[in-house]
Write a protein that binds this ligand. Structure first.
Ligand SMILES: Cc1cc2nc3c(=O)[nH]c(=O)nc-3n(C[C@H](O)[C@H](O)[C@H](O)COP(=O)(O)O)c2cc1C
Length: 212
């Protein structure tokens, strides 16, 4: 059975991003995937300090900063597909999600083995390589596509295989007040599409794991 992890990058618990990511996961589950929801709300996610410890053998593939991110990265590593949702904050992803993206340098150089130049690997490990990915964004008015692009760019840069939506690059929702996404039927439909596509591609990339 493939595993799909859905992450909400909103600091607001029970917010619109959470509603949409959970809707996508429900759809992925209906395609026979095991699913897990993860939220950045209430989590301590510090920004990257550019110490480059992640490129050294002594890092053993772990970021030098000790906070809540290590657990999330472990879930990403175990997943066959990753769905990331973010509210639009000033036409881009939240600061929390950007911090996660920057800190994910460790997932490109993450096995703690040094090849090439001393201390710096020549060939990145790309620990998220070939995982399926899809993006979700919600805004009070505008900026969803720019935000979806930020997420997809990160996924491509991590060597993942991204899916789009029928008429957009990802799930593009409009809602401002908490819970508003529940009323956006078109966005909920798009979120289900994102979930189904990520599950479908994850299954194609992992034929040995198909059970349903
Ligand atoms: C700091 C901040 C910046 C925001 N920037 C934008 C923006 O640029 N464009 C927009 O349409 N909405 C913006 N919003 C509104 C949120 O995107 C919107 O309320 C969204 O539904 C929040 O999702 P959530 O409930 O998952 O947190 C902003 C909200 C906050 C708190």
């Amino acid at each position: 059975m493939v595993k799909i992890v859905g992450l909400s990058g909103s600091p607001r618990k029970d917010g619109n991003t959470e509603i949409l990511v959970k809707e996508a996961l429900k759809a992925a589950k209906s395609r026979g995937a095991e699913t897990e929801f993860v939220s950045l709300a209430g989590k301590e996610i510090q920004p990257c300090q550019a110490c480059y410890t992640c490129r050294l053998e002594e890092s053993k593939g772990e970021c030098a900063i000790e906070d809540d991110l290590a657990e999330i990265f472990e879930k990403f590593k175990e997943a066959d597909g990753i769905i990331i949702g973010s509210p639009v904050y000033f036409l881009t992803v939240t600061a929390q999600l950007k911090a996660l993206f920057d800190r994910s340098l460790v997932l490109r150089y993450g096995k703690g083995k040094v090849k090439g130049k001393p201390g710096i690997k020549r060939t990145p490990d790309f620990l998220l390589s070939n995982k399926a990915g899809g993006a979700i964004s919600v805004a009070g008015s505008t900026g969803q596509q720019l935000t979806i692009l930020e997420i997809l760019k990160w996924m491509v840069f991590q060597d993942m295989v991204v899916v789009g939506n029928e008429f957009d690059l990802g799930t593009n929702a409009r809602a401002g007040l908490k819970g508003g996404a529940r009323k956006d039927k078109a966005a909920l439909q798009q979120a289900r599409h994102t979930g189904l596509r990520v599950a479908e591609i994850a299954k194609r990339l992992n034929p040995g794991k198909i059970t349903g």
